[in-house]
Design a protein around this ligand. Structure first.
Ligand SMILES: [Zn+2]
Length: 313
C-alpha cells in the first residue's frame, strides 16, 4: 500500500509522542531539527504543516543546556515513535543514495518476508523509500529497542549476486549459524549479528508460476526460520574467531551449496518431530499476521519421507 504524506501523518499520529516533535529548519547553511515542546506547540506545528504553512509559524524552544532559541521557517517534522511508553508503528528508512537510481525497487522485497506488509512512502523524486510497519501487538519502548538493536535477522536474495560465493544452485534457501558473518559484505547496512537466510529467488522464480511464487517464497522462508529456531542458538557466537577461518568456512559452504544434494542422507534428516513442531507454530503465527501459509508446504510430507504435515498437528 502506498499513501501520501498527509494520510501517513493521520496513520502515525495516534501512536506518536504528542508533547515532542522536531521541526526541520535552516540552521546556518544546513537544515537541522529544532524541538517543539508541549502538546499545544506540537499540535500547532502539525496543523500548520497540514495547511502548508509551517514555514510561517514560530516556536520558542530551549536547548538541552538551557539556551533559548526560536524555530522559524520550518519545512517538515520528525515525530517520536512511541506513546505512553509503547511502540505500535515504526519506520524502516532506507538510505537514498545519490546517483545509484535510488532504492524504491526494494519495496517489493520488503513485503516478501513474514510480518512486513508495509505502508510505503517514497520521496518526491521517487528515489528514497520509507517502509512503515504496524506491530500486531504494542511493545514497550525498552523491549522494542532491545529487539531492534543487537541483532538483525537478514535475508539475502541470490539475485543480489555475490560473485564466487555460494550460489545455492541446488536448493531454494539455506541458513547456517554464522551465515550473517560470511555474508557481511553483501548485507546492505549490516548492523550486527543476527540469524540470516540465503534465498535462491532466481531458482524459485524459474520453477514456479508467477501466481505461486509469492506463496512458495513465503513457505520457504518459514521453513528456514524453522531451522533457525531449531538450532541451539539463533546464531552462533564466533567471538574472537580469525576472519580468515570464517572466509574459509564460507568457501566450503559455497562449494557444498553449488552441488546437488547428497543422495545418501535421508531427506527427513534435520526435519524431524522437533523441527515440524516449530514449523507448525511458525505457520500458526504467520497466519495470525494474515499470511496465507499452508503447513504442508512448509514441513513434513512425502518429499521428506514423512507423513503429511496435518498428521503432526
Ligand atoms: Zn530444511
Amino acid at each position: 500500500m502506498s499513501i501520501d504524506r498527509l494520510v501517513l501523518l493521520d496513520w502515525l499520529l495516534p501512536h506518536y509522542e504528542p508533547g515532542t516533535a522536531s521541526i526541520m529548519c535552516l540552521k546556518g547553511k544546513n537544515e537541522g531539527p529544532g524541538w517543539a515542546n508541549g502538546e499545544a506547540d506540537v499540535a500547532r506545528a502539525i496543523k500548520a504543516y497540514r495547511a502548508g504553512a509551517l514555514s510561517a509559524e514560530q516556536f520558542a524552544s530551549i536547548t538541552q543546556d538551557g539556551k533559548q532559541y526560536v524555530i522559524a521557517d520550518g519545512t517538515r517534522h520528525g515525530l517520536v515513535p512511541h506513546r505512553d511508553c509503547l511502540v505500535v508503528r515504526f519506520c524502516l528508512a532506507f538510505d537514498d543514495h545519490e546517483c545509484d537510481g535510488g532504492n524504491v525497487h526494494l519495496a517489493e522485497s520488503v513485503d516478501r518476508f513474514p510480518g512486513a506488509e508495509s505502508v510505503k512512502f517514497t520521496r518526491k523524486g521517487g528515489k528514497g523509500l520509507h517502509c512503515y510497519n504496524a506491530l500486531a501487538e504494542p511493545m514497550s519502548v525498552e523491549a522494542f529497542v532491545d529487539w531492534a538493536r543487537p541483532g538483525v535477522s537478514t535475508s539475502v536474495a541470490t539475485s543480489s549476486a555475490f560473485p564466487r560465493c555460494g550460489s545455492g544452485d541446488h536448493c531454494y534457501a539455506y541458513t547456517l549459524g554464522s551465515l550473517d558473518l560470511y555474508l557481511r559484505d553483501y548485507i546492505p547496512g549490516y548492523r550486527g549479528r543476527g540469524p540470516c537466510i540465503v534465498i535462491n529467488d532466481i531458482a524459485l522464480a524459474e520453477d514456479h508460476a508467477d501466481e505461486d511464487l509469492e506463496h512458495r517464497t513465503q513457505s520457504t522462508v518459514i521453513h528456514e526460520l524453522g531451522h533457525i529456531v531449531d538450532r541451539p542458538a539463533v546464531y552462533e557466537d564466533r567471538t574472537g574467531v580469525d576472519p580468515m577461518k570464517l572466509k574459509f568456512e564460507y568457501l566450503v559452504v559455497a562449494h557444498i551449496t553449488a552441488k546437488p544434494m547428497r543422495e545418501e542422507i535421508p531427506r527427513y534428516h534435520g526435519h524431524e518431530a522437533k523441527f515440524i513442531r516449530i514449523c507448525l507454530h511458525l505457520c500458526h503465527r504467520a497466519k495470525q499476521l494474515g499470511f496465507d501459509i499452508y503447513h504442508a508446504a512448509v514441513c513434513a510430507g512425502y518429499r521428506n519421507g514423512l507423513l503429511h504435515a496435518s498428521q503432526y498437528l
